[in-house]
Design a protein around this ligand. Structure first.
Ligand SMILES: NC(=O)C1=CN([C@@H]2O[C@H](COP(=O)(O)OP(=O)(O)OC[C@H]3O[C@@H](n4cnc5c(N)ncnc54)[C@H](OP(=O)(O)O)[C@@H]3O)[C@@H](O)[C@H]2O)C=CC1
Ligand SMILES: O=C(O)CCC(=O)C(=O)O
Length: 431
């Protein structure tokens, strides 16, 4: 089979995420009557770092890479947020993603601010040893712009536990021997065995599932037998599908960077996952499935739609054709502001990204605590703790949205921003 992944990846939109998050922020600020001075602070990023760094490739040539780290706000604690390796990364998209992290950590009640970063590249074009050297050189170039009590990266698109292990190892090696082990929590999402948390791998997808479960409970909807589609079958998309299938929901369509497959009778999640591991990561050709034109993905007949890939996927033209009654945003920024207005009009509800995918950063917080306190937590205990936190935050957002007669995104923004506003005011900076 010929795999045409790169062509599709190049089509992934990269413009507009910053406008999107800014419009969401402006609308929330106006609605909550945000202190104008605090609004000025939150409308901009604290620090933006762009680094060009050289790496020797396997063939002996040197290639220059462009890396980013944007620190949006740290009023509530150290900067926190993932690292993305992707060809569509640019400064504006990283700024947007950093801003979303600030709202997400605040909403989840964590002692963190927001940041994001990454490298502009397609990791599929590099060998494992090249990826290791690229990651280590990037970490070295970042230097003390990251740190366990200052700015703590984590996995995002095309980065994983291995990437985090290389970062931790490189960062720790720059410290005096007696200080090294105190710096393990410079990143979260590490492999279990190198300071990683049992369950961090599934934490984001688990959180996506939990928010769908709690939403369904409020609506008296039984998830057993409900159909769902997932865009992106990576860390978030796979684990969300895994937990939904466990309660009897049926995966009927999947899209990854290679293309789209469907089966109205259901695609078995574990078999599909195992298939991708033997098929260059691609879902195409999965037995029993049919290939669908990628532009028709969001029009598929289903009850729940889970975007779990890149930003700006649910656009104005797609919003009018969506059949699902619920959109659960596993990805960051998958729905444009214009599309959201159409969905609202059509009565399609959205569990917003800063709530829906917050299980990941909640898991990261537990890993950070585990490292800081020299503890080792068991998987069962961790899953219960993530569930408890997501349940509390979901309840707060959902019930407040009912009282205020607002959608969940606007409500989540107001709760998140109010917490930051309160912190600034308590410090006496802004009367
Ligand atoms: N990892 C985490 O803990 C968290 C992630 N998120 C967000 O979730 C989303 C997914 O992240 P994650 O699962 O970690 O990333 P992964 O790299 O594990 O998976 C990304 C998935 O998206 C697919 N994809 C990439 N480009 C396209 C495209 N143009 N069309 C359709 N599918 C595409 C990839 O396909 P292929 O495999 O073929 O490349 C892959 O299946 C991102 O928006 C991320 O910011 C949010 C919170 C936490
Ligand atoms: O786990 C984390 O620190 C952040 C993960 C992330 O990048 C996100 O939630 O978007």
């Amino acid at each position: 089979m010929t795999l045409t992944k790169k062509i599709i990846k190049k089509e992934a939109p990269k413009q507009g995420m910053l406008q999107n998050v800014m419009q969401q922020f402006e609308a929330a600020a106006e609605r909550m009557n945000l202190n104008p001075n605090i609004k000025k602070i939150l409308a901009v990023t604290n620090n933006e770092l762009i680094i060009h760094f050289p790496v020797r490739m396997d063939n002996g040539e040197v290639e220059i890479f462009k890396g980013y780290r944007v620190q949006h706000n740290n009023a509530l604690g150290p900067y926190k947020g993932g690292l993305r390796y992707h060809p569509t990364i640019d400064i504006d998209s990283v700024k947007a993603l950093a801003m979303w992290m600030t709202w997400k950590t605040s909403l989840a009640g964590l002692p963190y601010g927001g940041a994001k970063g990454g490298i502009e590249m397609d990791p599929k074009n590099y060998s494992i040893s090249e990826l290791e050297r690229i990651t280590r050189r990037f970490t070295y170039a970042l230097g003390d712009n990251i740190g366990p009590e200052h700015d703590i990266p984590a996995p995002d698109v095309n980065t994983n536990a291995q990437t985090m292990a290389w970062i931790a190892d490189t960062y720790m090696s720059t410290k005096a021997p007696s200080e090294r082990s105190k710096n393990q929590h410079v990143v979260t999402g590490k492999p279990v065995g190198s300071g990683g948390l049992e369950g961090r791998d599934r934490a984001t997808g688990f959180g996506v599932f939990l928010t769908i479960k709690y939403w369904s409970e409020y609506k008296n909807i039984d998830l057993n037998g409900k159909s769902f589609i997932v865009q992106g079958f990576g860390n978030v998309g796979y684990w969300a599908s895994h937990f939904l299938q466990e309660v009897g929901a049926k995966l009927v369509g999947v899209q990854d960077a290679f293309g789209t497959i469907v089966n109205p009778n259901g695609l078995e999640v574990e078999s599909l996952f195992n298939y991708t591991t033997t098929n260059d990561g691609s879902i195409l050709g999965f037995p029993g499935s049919e290939v669908l034109d990628k532009d028709l993905f969001f029009e598929l007949d289903c009850d729940i739609c889970i975007p779990a890939a890149l930003g700006n996927q649910i656009t104005e033209d797609r919003a009018g054709k969506i059949k699902a009654f619920l959109i659960a945003e596993g990805a960051n920024g998958p729905t444009t502001v214009e599309a959201e207005a159409i969905l609202k009009e059509r009565g399609i509800e959205i569990i917003p990204d800063i709530l829906c995918n917050s299980g990941g950063v909640v898991g990261s917080y537990f890993e950070w605590l585990q490292n800081r306190n020299g503890e080792l937590w068991a998987l069962d205990e961790i899953m219960v703790r993530i569930d408890k936190r997501i349940k509390e935050v979901f309840k707060k957002v959902y019930e407040t949205s009912q009282i205020k007669d607002l959608d969940m995104r606007s409500t989540a923004y107001i709760i998140a921003i109010e917490r930051i506003e309160r912190a600034y005011i308590q410090r006496g900076i802004f009367p």
